[in-house]
Design a protein around this ligand. Sequence first.
Ligand SMILES: C[S@@+](CC[C@H](N)C(=O)[O-])C[C@H]1O[C@@H](n2cnc3c(N)ncnc32)[C@H](O)[C@@H]1O
Length: 337
Amino acid sequence: MNYIGSKYSLLDFLHETIKSVTGYKDGDDYIFGDLFAGTGVVGSFYKSLGCKVISNDIQYYSYSIIKHYIENNSSNIRTDLFDYFNNLEGVEGFVYKNYCAGSGSGRNYFTDENGKKCDAIRIELERMYRSGEIDEHNYYFYLGSLINSIDKYANTASVYGAFLKHIKKSAQKTFILEPLQIIDGQLGNVFNENINDLVKKINGNVLYLDPPYNARQYCSNYHVLETIARYDSPVLLGMTGLREAGKQKSAFCSKREVEKVFEDLIANANFEYIFLSYNNEGLMSLDTIKSIMSKYGDYSVYTKDYKRFKADKDENRNTGGNGTIEYLHCLRKKNNG
Ligand SMILES: C[S@@+](CC[C@H](N)C(=O)[O-])C[C@H]1O[C@@H](n2cnc3c(N)ncnc32)[C@H](O)[C@@H]1O
């Protein structure tokens, strides 16, 4: 998934730095927290290395994906339902009625055919789960797969802040539900909470933090995926069809609030080591991060040059310079409980 802030291409850097700071080797059995999990790529990687992973995200679409990566392995899921779902007759459900042009919604996020197909799969998946035909492991395997697959057919420049007027090439193709990868390893635990609440209830060895860096709220940029995941028929607002964000608005996207919630998080984290990804263009300055983290133990920082996320790459525009630097701030906590 092309996700704002995805650490897919930074995994090597994270892995090497975390290894050298902590001394933990691949295959060691320790608890790794990935509590701003997004696509789940970091936690999945640590699960595959042998860790017990605790994963969390405030967005439900993300939760649906990480539930699968972290709480499933090849022995607790069935992979035989993809043909069945892909052959379902389209249904004029919430997606078609609200996000497709043919319904008269005025929105153009998916072709009519793909919107109806998405509805058919989402409705049938819910029915099968509620009737007990599939269990919770399989529910999230197929729900996560649906979110990850449908995103490839979205008629957007990249995120769901707006749709394109004309249906772009990749969105014209007929939508096919494809399985998420299955990550074998120890089964972990997954949450869908505000991190500042969750952190007080868990503990572990290595905590990886990858908060939003700027004012762009994930609930606004991925609202369509949130609604497909929840399928809760929300009231949609305005041309773009935003849902009411409510409690999903992140304080980490607010210049006024970020320092307070960040310090609260560091203070309450019962982990031996904390690693924070942040770049040089974020809401908190490097000095602020350093002074907050240093209060709680031994601090160090590592950097890596990184290519900028291009939100509008399909339109071949440039979002600016390429000078973004990724930082990995490290803390060995003192008096860790
Ligand atoms: C930079 S992205 C994480 C990307 C992830 N590491 C990856 O590689 O895909 C930040 C994530 O934090 C989540 N988030 C923002 N505020 C949060 C909060 N207060 N509690 C929990 N998750 C939050 C967002 O929904 C988003 O998925």
